[in-house]
Design a binder for this molecule. Sequence first.
Ligand code: T3D
Length: 267
Amino acid sequence: MQEPQLLSQQDGAVRTLTLNRPAALNAFTSGLLAELREALDAAAGDASVRCVVITGAGRAFCAGQDLSDPMVNPDLKPGESPKDIGALLDGFYIPLAQRVRSMPVPVIAAVNGVAAGAGANLALGCDLVLAGNSASFIQAFAKIGLVPDCGGSWLLPRLVGRAKALQLALLGEKLPAAEAQAIGLIYKAVPDEELAASAQALAQKISQMPVRAMAQTRMAFDEAGLLDFDDALRLEAVTQSQLGFSADYLEGAAAFLQKRAPKFSDR
Ligand code: T3D
């Protein structure tokens, strides 16, 4: 029987999704892209899930698009036209990147090895990125004549500034995890052998926190980046107004005043 391309496991309120094509460094086939999006849809719709972790099986996180997938296979026979990569983006990468960015709960990338191309940008689109010390990030697109996708053109300059983003995207050089942390591209690099446990501990901690407000914070940051200061202030007021009626806010404030630990439940 064929191994599943994506593994899904739940521990308490934490859902862990593992890309599982280790022989191809978890490169994305259209099938894996669709399965990952469907698994995220399922997590989004499941009230028992309060944090999601995405990681990879084997020695890599994800090597980006599987360049041998029939959707993009450049091995053309005479007279054949190249496949339209835009269709692959429209059908698979755009919905996936949007799904990650609109999750109602925080999403952690646990980058256990190389993350290249769309694999790197999938990770960078997550809310918090933990990486093993031997992991690395490669904007591999330029090396094959493409531009950063899966959100890379938007994410990279915002995360590290235009000059560094251009360096990463144009040269496509391997950026080690420690350096990725130093330039603010990721949250933290940890020893390889501690990555899985650190990611799970972080996810468990987050799952006890007010995850609705955390997801709203991500959305506010994304939206505020497109607004001027006054409009960002107004957006804060609208969001705060909604959250001010939430059970989590009432619980958080009451727990503070009663000097007890809060128990958050909103999503
Ligand atoms: O058409 C489109 O591409 C549209 C979509 C674009 C989105 C993108 O993601 S574009 C970027 C695509 N990804 C890449 O260009 C990265 C290609 N891979 C690499 O550069 C290297 O594999 C790595 C730097 C990631 C790792 O290098 P290394 O030396 O650790 O491993 P390796 O020996 O190169 O790879 C191990 C195996 O995985 C190997 O297979 P084999 O020979 O053992 O049977 C290799 O072919 C396979 N593999 C790695 N990456 C891919 C892949 N197979 C298919 N597609 C891949 N992307």
